[in-house]
Design a protein around this ligand. Structure first.
Ligand code: C2E
Ligand code: MG
Ligand code: MG
Length: 389
């Protein structure tokens, strides 16, 4: 990202500073090496297993400090995979184990240190197999889009649909995004999948807009797409081709994808927003945005994560979080949308709190476009529809 956002020289400076800082953090007798790209290895001999955590933390803290590169102060978080030679039969196996642990650390969220254990080996294999399959799926056009209505909780009108990618797997049937999107992200294939999603969703709204001129299309964007320089022109080109207005599109990004790399994402979000596209922060409440960051981001909408909606009126903590999100959104002039509405009581709870738009199985599950189209013609009756589902 530094290479793309600044230039290679800046990237090299940064890589060197990581190497220097790693070397300074361990003993002179330990080995520090750069494996590839942004991956480093530290080989520590005569290590007391009890101090692994201490060393990991020291390395992570050291690398988390910001360094100045080309007038920018850049701070990066690290993930750490730890492996012991006691359970590895060869040097290569030791490195493979550390790599598997690193993957696990990344999967559990950034800034973690995870030690290898045998269960990770099968996970690595599974991930590898799924990656191969995802590649094949792209070649065979096995991805399709389903759409889920975003409903005005007062009137029952469908104001938007969220495009959710599905994998029409030849043996396993239709798979939800939750099953494969993480592997797609880790392997980088999510960018190609995302190209399909953008093109398909924008074409779909162009077909619907004649009969439903106010309907919006909401599209999930992965961190890798946000980093690519052409997202703005890609979206612009598709809108042009299909004759769709930018304000009919809302791109959903997660707190993590935006905030982990705020130096790089802000620019892209700003250009997108300036082009008229709306921007939503997805799964709000599960990340760690600070109020200051929220204030400075050009977003238009907060999507309150379904875990808090599930606890509405049951858990005082969840209710308080929803209240806080709505208050914050109001103060910043943002809209709020509730995700994962499964019960009619939740609609009342949300309306009372000032959140007027929601999506969830109670109103409609994500479905193929033909099925969703039936729901666009008239407002939903929000009371008593649960019985038929
Ligand atoms: P998300 O964007 O927060 O999408 C909402 C997820 O919650 C969807 O799962 C949806 O099927 C599910 N959902 C909706 N209403 C309810 C409900 O009432 N109860 C419950 N339990 N679940 C509900 P899905 O389709 O498996 O997607 C999971 C995540 O994968 C999405 O979360 C999004 O982050 C990502 N994703 C989906 N499609 C795409 C895509 O085209 N591109 C990218 N980059 N990510 C996608
Ligand atoms: Mg979403
Ligand atoms: Mg969400």
């Amino acid at each position: 990202m530094i290479n793309d956002g600044l230039d290679f020289e800046a990237g090299n400076l940064f890589i060197r500073s990581v190497g220097d800082r790693l070397s300074q953090t361990v003993r002179a007798t330990d080995v520090v090496a750069r494996l590839q790209g942004d991956q480093f290895a530290v080989l520590i001999t005569d290590l007391d297993p009890a101090v692994v955590d201490v060393i990991s933390r020291r390395l992570a803290d050291e690398l988390a400090a910001a360094v100045d590169v080309s007038d920018l102060s850049i701070a990066r978080s690290v993930s750490i995979g730890v492996a012991h030679n006691s359970i590895s039969n060869s040097n290569q196996e030791l490195i493979n184990h550390a790599d598997a642990a690193l993957h696990e650390a990344k999967a559990r969220g950034k800034k973690r240190a995870v030690t290898f254990d045998a269960t990770m080996r099968s996970k690595v294999l599974q991930r590898f197999e799924m990656e191969l399959e995802l590649r094949r799926a792209l070649d065979n056009d096995e991805f399709v889009l389903h759409y889920q209505p975003e409903v005005d909780l007062e009137t029952g009108e469908v104001v938007a649909t969220e495009a959710l990618v599905r994998w029409n797997h030849p043996e396993r049937g239709l798979l939800s995004a939750g099953v494969f999107i993480e592997t797609a992200e880790q392997s980088g294939l999510v960018v190609e999948i995302g190209d399909f999603v953008l093109a398909q969703a924008i074409e779909q709204i162009s077909l619907w807009q004649h009969d439903h001129p106010d309907l919006e299309m909401w599209i999930n964007i992965s961190p890798a797409q946000l980093m690519s320089r052409d997202l703005v022109s890609q979206v612009g080109g598709l809108l042009n081709t299909h004759g769709v207005d930018a304000h009919r599109i809302c791109l959903e990004v997660t707190e993590h994808s935006v905030l982990d790399d705020i130096e790089f994402t802000r620019g892209s979000l700003e250009t997108l927003r300036n082009s008229g596209v709306k921007l939503a922060l997805d799964d709000f409440g599960t990340g760690y945005s600070s109020m200051k960051q929220l204030k400075n981001l050009p977003i238009t909408t907060l999507k309150i994560d379904m875990t808090f909606v599930a606890g509405l009126g049951i858990s005082e903590y969840d209710s308080a979080i929803v209240d806080a999100a709505i208050t914050l959104a109001d103060a910043f002039g943002l809209k709020t949308v509730a995700e994962g509405i499964e019960k009619p009581e939740q609609i009342g709870e949300l309306l009372r709190r000032g959140c007027h738009i929601g999506q969830g199985f109670y109103m409609a599950r994500p479905a193929a476009p033909e099925e969703i189209e039936q729901l666009l013609h008239q407002p939903m009756s929000l009371h008593g529809i649960g019985a038929s589902r």
